[in-house]
Design a protein around this ligand. Structure first.
Ligand code: PAF
Length: 281
């Protein structure tokens, strides 16, 4: 596997691939790779002539210093995992390489940046947009792959792609879940054994509410999910919203949307987990 640490080296490689008319697929990650990432990688390996995986824990998208510092990192085992999966090209820049000087750009994602993750993690999507645009500038992929666990991020990236005129095919891939339903996330590694068991309640309540939505109003579903989860002394729901998955506007009646999605963020101890489930099925 070729591992590039500089933007210049990575870009030269991409240009060589493109000279040979090869299509480039890109999977940006912050490392601590799990099955969710591997599913994105599999998708690209099947569809693209060359797959590039980046590993970079992006400081500008963390709105809490402790979250950034505690984010799991294991570059050696991540690179081994990539090698084992047949990835041939990795990009692992340093912070100085990606941010040689302060990036003061301010993106405007309108409503998308004002609800749920945008509201509770101010500046988060602006930081995501900064790094994803820098990575896109370097890798210049034909396709880029993102998981639906970060459903709002996926929408922000589609909008970034549109605003910047990149013309990259943004591919959203379904959430990969553990056998008890917990959405895979690098943050799961930070849960204690006990918290890990409790964490499965989040998706269980989402699916349970979705399966009973015919008998319940939107308000009742929200009350039920938040109420049941908050009854558990280890879980603290930050938000649970049912939104139209295209506009991200919260709905108050089922008829307001034919593409409803329930999105949640909850704390377990010091770990913040997010998940979402399609309600219209
Ligand atoms: O989803 C992630 O892991 C990150 O937000 C991303 C897209 C790699 C940007 O840092």
């Amino acid at each position: 596997m070729e591992v590039f640490h500089t933007r210049e080296g990575m870009q030269e490689k991409i240009l060589r691939l493109k000279d040979r008319n090869m299509t480039v697929g890109f999977v940006p990650t912050m490392g601590a790779l799990h099955q969710g990432h591997l599913a994105l990688i599999e998708c690209s390996l099947k569809q693209d002539d060359a797959t590039v995986v980046s590993i970079f824990v992006n400081p500008t998208q963390f709105n809490r210093r402790d979250d950034y510092e505690e984010y799991p990192r294991d570059l050696t085992s991540d690179l081994q995992e990539l090698e084992d999966r047949g990835v041939r090209i990795a990009f692992t820049p340093t912070e100085k390489e990606m941010y040689p000087e302060a990036d003061n750009r301010v993106f405007d994602f309108g409503h998308l940046d004002q609800v749920m993750e945008g509201y509770y993690r101010p500046g988060h999507f602006n930081g995501v947009a900064k790094i994803v645009s820098k990575l896109f500038d370097v890798v210049m992929p034909h396709r880029a792959y993102f998981g639906e666990k970060d459903f709002q991020q996926l929408a922000v990236i589609r909008e970034l792609n549109r605003q910047m005129g990149y013309n990259i095919r943004i591919v959203g891939c379904p959430i990969v879940r553990e056998s008890d339903g917990l959405a895979m996330s690098s943050r799961n590694a930070r849960l204690t054994n006990e918290q890990r068991k409790e964490a499965a309640l989040i998706s269980r309540e989402l699916f349970d509410a979705r399966n009973n939505m015919d008998q319940l109003s939107v308000g009742e579903v929200k009350e039920r999910v938040i109420g049941r989860l908050n009854k558990n002394p280890h879980i603290d729901v930050e938000y649970f919203e049912i939104v139209d998955e295209h506009t991200f506007k919260p709905i108050s009646r089922w008829q307001e949307s034919n593409a409803q999605r329930g999105c949640i963020a909850a704390w377990i101890g010091g770990v913040r987990l997010i998940d979402n489930v399609k309600f219209s099925y």
